[in-house]
Design a protein around this ligand. Sequence first.
Ligand code: GLN
Length: 192
Amino acid sequence: MRIGVLALQGDFAEHVHMLKRLGAEGVEVRLPRHLDGLHGLIIPGGESTTIGKLSQAYGLMEPLRAFAKTHAVWGTCAGAIFLSKDARRAQPLLKVMDITVQRNAFGAQVDSFEADLDIPELGKVTHTTHPYHAVFIRAPIIEQVRGGARVLSTLSDGRIVAAQEGRILATSFHPELTEDTRFHEYFLSLVS
Ligand code: GLN
C-alpha cells in the first residue's frame, strides 16, 4: 500500500516511520504530481495556517480536495484543522469534512497533555479493548460534527477529539508520536 504524507511542514517523518512499521510505503507529498498512484493520504500535525498557505503556494488545494473525494484521508491535529469546513477564523482550509474546530482549545504549549481514550471503532478493527493513550499538543477540539460526519471519541468531559466522515478521519491528537500503531492500522483499514 502506498500512503502519501503531506510533507510541507510538521511531523510528517513520524507518520512515514509509523507506516513503515506497519508494512506500508510512506510517500512524502510536496507537489500535486506526488499524489499520483497513492492509495491514501495523511496530513500531519504542525501549524495549520502554515500548512494551508504552503498548500496554496504549491497549487495543492484543488488536487487535495479532488483526492479526498475518492480516497481515505486522515488529518492529525493541524491536519484535522486543515480538513475542516470551519475553523472559526480566516485561514486556508480544504473544507472536505463537515466539522467545526476550535484551534488551541486547551491553551498554550505548556498546557499539552496526555489522556486515555475509549475508541470503540478502533477496538473492533484491531481486536483490542485496552484504552488508547493519546498525546495532545496545542490541540484543537472538534466543536461540531454535522451531516455525514460522526464522533469516534471524546474526552471524559464529552469534548470531541476524533471524528470520521466516510473515509476521512480527523484526530485532535498525535498517534504518530506514540508506540501504539492501532490508529494507523485503523486508517489503513479504511484505505483498503
Ligand atoms: N496549534 C496548531 C494549529 O492550530 C496545531 C498543533 C499541532 O498540530 N500539534 O494549527
